[in-house]
Design a protein around this ligand. Sequence first.
Ligand code: PXP
Length: 243
Amino acid sequence: MAELYVNLDHVATVRQARGTAYPDVTEAAKLAHASGFVRGITLHLRDDRRHVQDSDVERVCREVHLPFNFELGATPSIVAFCASLHPAQATLVPEKREERTTEGGLDLSRGLSRVRDVVSELQAAGTKVSLFIEPEHHTLDLVPKTGAREVELHTGRYALASTPEQRERELAALRGAARHAQELGLKVHVGHGLTLENVAPVAAIPGLHELNIGHSIVARALFVGLREALREMHEAIQAAARP
Ligand code: PXP
């Protein structure tokens, strides 16, 4: 059964908007843990520190007893910081300062040797490494050369599809990529742009391990509270995955 990893970056976004000490990301992660609806916590420490701060990552890693997924770009200082914390998992993403959010998967045709080095540095620290990639066979075929044993398929194009035909095409790409990744012996995660309304067909893809979902859960929590927002998403995932 696919498990929910909640990305709490946007709890930090609200805090950073005013430079206050609240809302506290670690407190949110503890609430998420206490809810029983999540398998892990994800935070993206961006190079520009626009939302999550180093201290958030340190505290969540130390104080929250759930698997922690450290999302990061290949910046050497952040890779070294990640390795020093020995998180359960790291997800490597491409990162541009000017983007509003992560806009696409890693380009392994160009950055392969740097990705291989990062994977090996993090694995040496005991961390499982997942690569955020587009749901494309030619990119998946390069993953074994990096040493990574997990991938996160980018669901952004599916989430942004504006017609039923386009949505079906993107879903077919995700299904095909998940199957191909499994044939390559990779564990498959998915994420980006998933909401209560669009999550079901993705959660129904066979053999998924994790769904990484953030923005829509934090937004929904404003209206119903974090526990209820997590319960709703957990239920939507479970319902979709039931045979
Ligand atoms: N997975 C990755 C690799 C991401 O970069 C993000 C956004 O930080 C997510 C999942 C979560 O996306 P969203 O906030 O749209 O649910």
